[in-house]
Design a protein around this ligand. Structure first.
Ligand SMILES: [Zn+2]
Length: 361
């Protein structure tokens, strides 16, 4: 039996090399969007785009990885597995496959969920000329969410504060406070930024260059960290009454959940990727969803987020604990086990097959 494991990588440069080789072998047209900064080994950072299919395709299936940096270990492996497994041979006439590799390459290479500006890219697609969304729960819990140190005592206090908040306001409210983004603490977790960041501007450029000619576009953005181990959920940011949600349900069934109304593993967050697709592709039928795969229990994911932020505020790679913490962060968003890699690859392949069918409707 063919296994998915060889397509996954232990570092960003390894992942990039594997992806580009697989793309070349599959006959893709490749574009590099180089990032101004370098990776930990001085390596080039880039968002790479591999495109297979006609230049004037009216239908496009696009798949993204690494919006949340370190989550790219999963998305990159899946993209490379799809390319290597001959998925492009399944493309119907008039349909193109566009793979966007490492949307936030800095976070991927440095094992961070955020980007070079400490910004959560998936909260950055808002109109920054208008007042930013408020998150009162985050304000109340800011020092618990962003602890001063990672000692067992401080972390226990942090957990107790969050637990008390959840008991008072409910778990959804706690999750919203923690994960729905904030625009007031530039050094804190879940910061959405104050202007469009590099990856925001680059992704918009890629959409305009690669997808503007199409009339129907599907974008599946691969994420990790929420839900049961290895289990995929397709996250829709539009309400269940929307045409987008109905389409997604028709194509992908009951793995589709809307963040509006609380059915999803994710909170209803402002400024996520689907906003930018809708803005850049006005007048087309756009179906943009986050495909979220579970990794480890949520408590471990939360600690990883807190540690990531603490490390960033305390010397980053220069800190003696940098290696150990980077590994803990990676382990929270990427399960380095054969069965998990198989699960995420097989589910994504099924979703992509259903998407190709959906595009022919
Ligand atoms: Zn994510």
């Amino acid at each position: 039996m063919q296994t998915a494991s060889p397509y996954f990588s232990g570092t960003y440069p390894e992942a990039r090399t594997k992806f580009l080789e697989a793309a070349r072998r599959a006959g893709a047209r490749i574009n590099h969007h180089e990032h101004p900064l370098k990776g930990p080994e001085g390596e080039v950072l880039a968002t790479d785009v591999a495109r297979i299919g006609p230049a004037d395709a009216s239908r496009i299936l696009a798949i993204g990885s690494g919006t949340h940096g370190v989550e790219g270990y999963c998305g990159s492996g899946v993209q490379t597995a799809l390319l290597s497994g001959g998925f492009a041979d399944e493309l119907p006439d008039g349909t193109a496959l566009v793979l966007v590799h490492a949307i936030n390459p800095y976070g991927f290479a440095w094992n961070r969920r955020v980007n070079e500006d400490n910004v959560d890219l998936n909260r950055n697609f808002i109109d920054h000329s208008k007042p930013h969304p408020e998150n009162p729960g985050y304000e109340e819990l800011a020092d618990a969410i962003n602890p001063r140190d990672l000692s067992p005592e401080t972390m226990a206090k942090s957990r107790a504060r969050m637990k008390a908040y959840a008991e008072r306001h409910g778990h959804r409210a706690m999750q919203h406070a923690l994960s729905a983004g904030q625009y007031t603490h530039a050094d804190g977790v879940q910061f959405g930024g104050r202007e469009p960041v590099w990856s925001n501007r680059t992704l918009r450029k890629i959409i305009r260059e690669e997808m503007a000619q199409a009339s129907r576009v599907i974008f599946v953005d691969i994420h990790t960290g929420l839900g049961a181990r290895g289990q995929g959920e397709m996250i829709c940011v539009e309400p269940e009454t929307s045409e987008t949600y109905k389409r997604m349900r028709r194509w992908w069934g009951d793995i589709v959940h809307s963040t509006v109304g609380g059915a999803s593993v994710s909170s209803d967050v402002p400024g996520s990727i689907p906003v930018c697709f809708a803005e850049e592709l006005k007048g087309r039928e756009v179906t943009s969803g986050g495909l979220e795969f579970g990794t480890v229990p949520i408590a471990q994911v939360t600690i990883a987020l807190q540690s990531d932020n603490w490390l960033h505020q305390n010397g980053g790679a220069e800190n003696p604990r940098a290696k150990e913490i980077a590994k803990a962060i990676r382990d929270a968003f990427y399960v380095d086990a054969d069965d998990w890699k198989e699960m995420v690859t097989a589910q994504t392949r099924d979703i992509c097959r259903a998407a190709l069918k959906g595009l022919q409707e």
